[in-house]
Design a protein around this ligand. Sequence first.
Ligand code: C5P
Length: 219
Amino acid sequence: GDVAVLVPAAGMGVRLGPGGPKALRLLGGEPLLVHAVRRLALAPSVGCIVVAAPADAVADVAALLEPVAPVTVVAGGATRQASVAAALAVVPLEYEIVLVHDAARALTPPELVESVAEAVRGGHGAVIPVLPVVDTIKRVSDSGVVVDTVERSSLRAVQTPQGFRRDVLVKAHEAAVDEHTDDAGLAERIGIAVYTVPGAEAAMKITRPFDLAVAELLL
Ligand code: C5P
């Protein structure tokens, strides 16, 4: 494969409740990170996977992933952005396409990885998978009163993996001044056109207990 995938998993998420890093929360008896890495490795384009783990968990995460797929594990940084940068720094130079993927999107189908990679290969410097927004969206004031209704037809919900030409991702991160949860947002800031491909329902972010219950059913 000609594609490297970075998985920032160094955060200590609390939204699924207490009990350590979100990426290590169990789904069907296995950590979310294991599910995510297994599916990444099943994508034929993927030749390199780099996981950023909490600094004190690098050896444990490497041992956890060793039977799943060949993976490099590095210590993450203080922010998600720093963790992505740390992972990017160890990707061999032969990889010109780099994807960034949330471990929390543990059930992302390998086909989605392929379609993002294919769009980058086809000449787009930055690519994100998106889904239409199904709910009506309103802007609401601090006091709970509706300000206005946002036109829904042009809105999209953004998923991962987000794909980049390597030089685009490097430049986007170098130019970053504040913290972003979205790498494509950094590319946007430096004037890169961000192309969209259709996302996948199964690539849902498993963040809240409700999502975990849905994911258990999907497994
Ligand atoms: O906490 P939050 O949902 O913003 O984290 C998003 C992703 O970034 C998670 O996968 C988390 O593990 C990762 N992260 C990281 N390094 C940090 C903070 C968050 O890799 N210092």
